[in-house]
Structures are given as structure tokens and as C-alpha cells.
Design a binder for this molecule. Structure first.
Ligand code: SF4
Length: 414
């Protein structure tokens, strides 16, 4: 079946993504990748990440996808050779210079072409195939039929199915650099496309004309977030090899929630697949039930769009009423040691009497109540604060799995 590829902004998110069913994860090292503020992994953490993935049958892809300058390129050969020795499963690359270096110093490591390379047609996919790439992440600005045509080129294709969108071609944008000095093409975007703007005439400094789309102001380029969960069966028919979730900058709650719901949707879809022929049983393409899509709302979004999948997006695909992802839920804790009396790393504040929800694999949750909190020496605590690691006694007692996440509905906090 098709791969589910999840973002891992740090080692903990990586473990959570794998726990919730990612077939593969992608992450950056501390250098040469396009998410400079994502946390990223140290060399020691990369070694641990690769071992963690491989122990659980998952794959580890490393982003090396900046547009490299000469000063960057000098570090590349040693870094790629080291990643190869560690056993990473693929490099994600956009820069031809880094690509060329990877082929030379780490020929055994598969290369995936990053979305930053903006592969928008079949010939481009064939070009990368001829260079020795084994996969292209195809541009987000394509329709379903274009995706199908590129996927017929004989190279694996990877498609973003969920997450934030750029208003330019997948981040090829200078807006952030001009406005804030933070270069979006080097992993430092400050998202000024989501700022609110006003109009000022040059001889009237400080006087702002009321450019208003509504009483909240104007958001010029504020795209809704991508969500193609309802289109997964069509993307499968189009020949896509990997469904990719955007969001190395996002929190662990998003990673856990979005990964588990896409995992559940892919597993649901797989039930309709004839494993012998690879076709849908009775040629009936499945329909993803609404509960999968609505389940995603818990993890925060700016509203959803299917972007270019049926043609160019329009006004309905922009968000004019705000720029923040909102949710009534938040992460209460991460299970760092499983069992019936789990050890938790607390998200914000945890108290006896709190009513929470354990995020099970699949789309379900298990309601629970915190009965008692203890420190790791057994001392009873009145409360635990964000970052504390504590043992919890909860009702009902069941086997908490390591790297599961416990969520809190803000209206239900004790
Ligand atoms: S400013 Fe907006 S469009 Fe430009 S790179 Fe950043 S997120 Fe993308």
C-alpha cells in the first residue's frame, strides 16, 4: 500500500509519528535543511532516530534541501557520507550541486527530489529519474490528472496531502527575507504571507487607509491549509507512492493527531483493495468517511482547501478571518514509559481529577481521569507542571503505549 510519510521536527516527534503509524519520517540535521527553526536533530539524535525507525520497520529520510551557496557546499560531502554510514534510507534534495555530491560520496543512498525542486511535469520527473533519483515530491500546484501523468513516468511520486501551504511555488518566495531578514529559502520563513496589511500613501506616513475585507482587516495571501484526506483513493488510482504530511515546525499534538488519522484512513482504504490484483474490489473506489476528515479539526487548522487538485484555487481557498490555527484541544502529556501506571511528560499543568483523553491508534480516544500523580521516587504530588516527568495513576487502568499522547479538551479541564 501507499507509504505514509510524517514530519519529525525533533526526536520526540519522530517517535510519536512512528508510534501512530508513519511508514517513514523525514527530518533535518542541524544544517543544510529547509526548516532552520524546527529543532532538528543532532548527529547523536540522528543515529538514535535511524535505529528507532529501523527497529520498528519504519524508514528515515533526511532533508538536505536548502538552496546551497558555496559555503554550504563545502560541508556537504562529509555530512552525506556520515549519513550514509548511519544508514539513513534516503536523502531529500533539491539543489543539483548537493544531488551531484550525494551521487559521488553516497551512491548507495536513494535520493528523493524535494518539493523545492518544483517538479511540475512528466519530463522533469524523467529528468530526475535519468539522473538517478528514485522519487520525486511533485509540486503542490498540480491537478489530479497532472499528478497521474507524472506518476506514470516510472519514478516513485510523493504528494503532500496535508498541512500548511505557501502562496508561492512551494516556498520559492522572498517575502520573508525582504520583510524580516529571515530567508524562507533557507528554512527561516516568518510567514509574512499570513500577516495583516494596510495601505499607506507615500506623503502621509503613519496614515493608514482602511483596506478591509471585513472588520478584522485584510489578509492578502493567507491560504487555508491543505487537506486531501477525502481524495486519497483518487490519489492512489493516480499512482502516487507516498502521502506526505507537512509540518516539521508543528507541535507534537499535530504530528500525533494528523499521522494517526491518515494512518487510519489509509488502513480503511486498504480494506477495499484486492491484494492480488492491486485493484479495488469490484472496481468500487472507496469513499473516505466524514469522521476521518472531521477528526482532523481537533489538531488545529486555518480551515481546509484541496488546493489545485481540481484546478486553480480561488477566494474560497484563502482565509480572510484570521491567521492562527485554532483548536479546543491541547496536548496534556506524552507517555514516555508505557504500562498501566504510565510515566508521563506533562504538557502544561496536570492535577488529580483532570479528565483527559488518551489518543489511541486509529481515530478513537479513551476518556480517562487522573487519580494520583507521583514523582519517580513514589512521592505523591498535588500537581505537575509543563515538562515534569511523573508517574500517573488513572482510571480506567489499561496498558498505555509508549509515545502515545494524551489530550485535553479545554472545556473539560478540572
Ligand atoms: S512567506 Fe508565505 S508563501 Fe512565502 S515562503 Fe513563507 S509561508 Fe511560503
Amino acid at each position: 500500500m501507499i507509504e505514509l510519510l510524517a514530519p519529525a521536527g525533533n526526536l520526540e516527534k519522530l517517535k510519536i509519528a512512528v508510534h501512530y503509524g508513519a511508514d517513514a519520517v523525514y527530518f533535518g540535521g542541524r544544517d543544510l535543511n529547509l526548516r532552520a527553526n524546527a529543532g532538528n536533530l543532532s548527529e547523536k539524535e540522528i543515529e538514535e532516530a535511524v535505529a528507532f525507525c529501523h527497529d520498528r520497520g519504519a524508514r528515515a529520510y533526511v532533508t538536505v534541501n536548502i538552496f546551497a551557496h558555496n559555503s554550504d557546499i563545502r560541508h556537504v560531502p562529509d555530512y552525506l557520507a556520515w549519513l550514509s554510514d548511519v544508514g539513513v534510507d534516503a536523502f531529500i534534495i533539491s539543489d543539483p550541486g548537493i544531488f551531484r555530491t550525494a551521487r559521488r560520496v553516497a551512491p548507495g543512498v536513494p535520493i528523493h527530489i524535494s518539493t523545492q525542486a518544483n517538479t511540475t511535469n512528466r519530463e522533469s520527473a524523467l529528468f530526475w529519474k535519468e539522473q538517478g533519483a528514485c522519487r520525486v515530491n511533485i509540486a503542490r500546484e498540480l491537478t489530479l490528472s497532472e499528478i497521474a501523468e507524472i506518476s506514470s513516468a516510472g519514478i516513485d511520486t510523493e504528494v503532500f496531502v496535508h498541512g500548511a501551504l505557501c502562496i508561492s511555488y512551494s516556498g520559492r518566495c522572498m517575502l520573508s527575507l525582504y520583510m524580516t531578514g529571515r530567508d524562507g529559502n533557507r528554512g527561516e520563513c516568518a510567514h509574512p504571507c499570513r500577516y495583516r496589511y494596510a495601505l499607506q500613501e507615500e506623503k502621509r506616513p503613519g496614515e493608514y487607509f482602511p483596506v478591509e475585507e471585513d472588520r478584522r482587516g485584510v489578509n492578502i495571501f493567507n491560504s487555508r491549509d491543505l487537506c486531501l484526506i477525502r481524495r486519497l483513493p483518487e490519489l492512489a488510482d493516480a499512482g502516487v507512492s507516498s502521502f506526505k504530511i507537512e509540518g516539521r515546525m508543528k507541535g507534537l499534538f499535530y504530528v500525533a493527531g494528523v499521522t494517526r488519522i491518515y494512518r487510519a484512513a489509509i488502513d480503511y482504504m486498504t480494506e477495499f483493495l484486492d491484494q492480488d490484483t492491486g485493484r479495488w474490489i469490484d472496481d468500487a473506489r472507496p469513499v473516505i468517511p466524514d469522521e476521518f476528515a472531521t477528526g482532523l479539526d481537533v489538531y488545529g487548522s486555518r480551515g481546509y482547501t484541496e488546493n489545485f487538485i481540481d484546478g486553480p484555487p480561488g477566494r474560497r481557498d484563502m482565509l480572510y478571518s484570521g491567521r492562527q490555527a485554532r483548536s479546543d484541544y491541547s496536548p496534556a502529556a506524552v507517555v514516555v514509559q508505557g504500562g498501566s501506571e504510565p510515566v508521563l511528560r506533562v504538557g502544561h499543568l496536570l492535577r488529580p481529577g483532570d479528565r483527559l483523553e488518551y489518543m489511541d491508534r486509529g481515530i478513537g480516544t479513551i476518556p480517562l481521569e487522573v487519580l494520583e500523580i507521583r514523582d519517580l521516587e513514589g512521592g505523591v504530588l498535588k500537581q505537575a507542571l509543563g515538562g515534569d516527568v511523573v508517574r500517573a495513576l488513572v482510571s480506567p487502568r489499561f496498558n498505555f503505549e509508549e509515545w502515545a499522547v494524551i489530550q485535553r479538551h479545554e472545556g473539560k479541564a478540572a
